[in-house]
Design a protein around this ligand. Structure first.
Ligand SMILES: Cc1ncc(COP(=O)(O)O)c(C=O)c1O
Length: 430
């Protein structure tokens, strides 16, 4: 097969300069930001600056230790500020979003009912306790709001004495937590989080937001959205692996058993086996020596993004996304996956299938022949991805769509050259 690439576009200046430049390998076209975004200069610099001071955190009196402790707590403050944490919220460092949501699941008061949608990433489907309610994937954002309203209305019916809960997490009957993504990792479509939060409030439920995919692309603020908890991963936010965060209301977190039992999570340990008083505050759930470099790197990216012109970054990304989606739509053998209509707001993620071609083979060919990295599979959102593959087959009328999909995702440092290279490669696959 002869493959003809369109002439490469003229080299372009990076979309942004300075701390939000991302590292990478020349020649390699990374279109897999939704899995793990490249490391931002701000994160790399923060790590390099701290490395000579490498020492214990919260565990030493030496100058190095004290500096590391300060850096860790400053990172907590910076990340909390970036996410709009309210006075009294806890900012708990975790390993990633999965860890953060599992921590929240372990901190739920007994009998809490969790309500999710079937379109969630596994990290926001699987940690929740038995008895959780999974609502069908709605056809549009307004449908999500209506479905949640109806479901919470059922769950929060007045008790036998006619009492209704009146404030979040309080009132009669066990608590209810709504857990929803802010942007889908499969389609990039944004979910109506603020509206869902209003519905949750009205029914006396709490709401947790999985911001793993929205935070890298748009500001997220727990106070503005009026949500109770928010989780994200550093490695999707241009920081290295191994640091994430759970931000949110202190009461459930302080009342729950520690996520991990061990050093740093206690305020008193007596001689008797069970003579332990657990700390309150973030320390309660951060037992063991923390990931200082991860937290500091994540905070450095948060600070750089807070200083950046987010509107300009968003506009640049949206222009690229439109180019990518229009290019995909113009390829007759490529079908995009989507949950909602084609025009809902979305972040820089596009999933699609190449008719008649196995997605894993296409991904391998894109890598081997074109130096393009994309993701293939069902994206740790199996219920949603399978449903969207069926929907894509019905919409396109094609019977030769493969059982798994491909995903291209962009962000800081992505260029029209990257997008055009993928489109040219997909065209050549016809
Ligand atoms: C929407 C969403 N939530 C949660 C996760 C889990 O993130 P992590 O693997 O960093 O825990 C992902 C990862 O792809 C995601 O896209």
């Amino acid at each position: 097969m002869t493959v003809t690439l369109v002439p490469p576009p003229a080299p372009q200046p990076p979309a942004v300069a300075g701390p939000l430049d991302v590292l990478g390998v020349p020649g390699q076209v990374n279109l897999d930001y939704a899995a793990t975004a490249p490391c931002a200069r701000a994160a790399a610099d923060a790590v390099a600056e701290l490395l000579p001071w490498y020492a214990s955190v919260h565990r030493g009196a030496g100058a190095l230790s004290r500096r590391c402790t300060l850096a860790y707590e400053r990172a907590r403050q910076t990340v909390g500020d970036f996410l709009g944490a309210r006075a009294g919220d806890h900012v708990v460092f975790t390993r990633n979003t999965t860890d953060a949501l599992n921590l929240l699941a372990r901190a739920l008061p007994a009998g809490t009912t969790v309500v999710t949608f079937g379109g969630e990433h596994h990290a926001n489907l699987l940690p929740w306790p038995r008895g959780s309610v999974r609502l069908p994937v709605p056809g549009d954002p307004a449908g999500a709001v209506r479905a949640l309203d109806a479901a919470l209305g059922e769950l929060r019916r007045p008790d036998a004495a006619g009492h209704r809960p009146t404030r979040p997490g309080a009132g009669h009957g066990p608590p209810v937590l709504v857990a929803v993504t802010a942007a889908s990792n499969v389609t990039g479509e944004r979910w109506p989080v603020a509206e869902l939060a209003r519905v949750a409030r009205r029914h006396g439920a709490r709401i947790a937001v999985d911001a793993a995919q929205l935070a890298p692309h748009a500001p997220v603020d727990v106070a503005d959205l009026d949500v109770d908890y928010l989780a994200l991963s550093g490695h999707k936010l241009y920081a290295p692996f191994g640091a994430g965060v759970l931000v949110g209301r202190a009461d459930w977190l302080d009342a729950a058993p520690p996520y991990l039992a061990g050093g740093g999570a206690t305020s008193h340990v007596g001689a008797a086996t069970h003579d332990v008083r657990w700390a309150t505050g973030p320390a309660r759930h951060e037992a063991g020596t923390p990931n200082l470099l991860g937290a500091v790197a994540l905070a450095a990216v948060c600070a750089a993004l807070a200083d950046a012109d987010r509107v300009a970054l968003h506009d640049a990304e949206q222009a690229l996304l439109t180019r990518l989606r229009e290019g995909v739509a113009a390829l007759p053998h490529v079908v995009e996956l989507r949950t909602f209509g084609p025009a809902v707001p979305r972040v820089g993620i596009v999933s699609f299938v190449v008719a008649g071609r196995d997605s894993a083979q296409v991904a391998a060919e894109l890598a081997a022949t074109y130096d393009i990295g994309v993701r293939d599979g069902l994206f740790c959102a199996h219920p949603l991805a399978r449903r969207l593959l069926d929907e894509a087959a019905a919409r396109s009328g094609r019977r030769d769509l493969p059982p798994t999909a491909l995903r291209a995702s962009i962000g800081l440092g992505s260029t029209t050259g990257h997008v055009d290279r993928l489109l040219a490669a997909l065209a050549a696959l016809a």
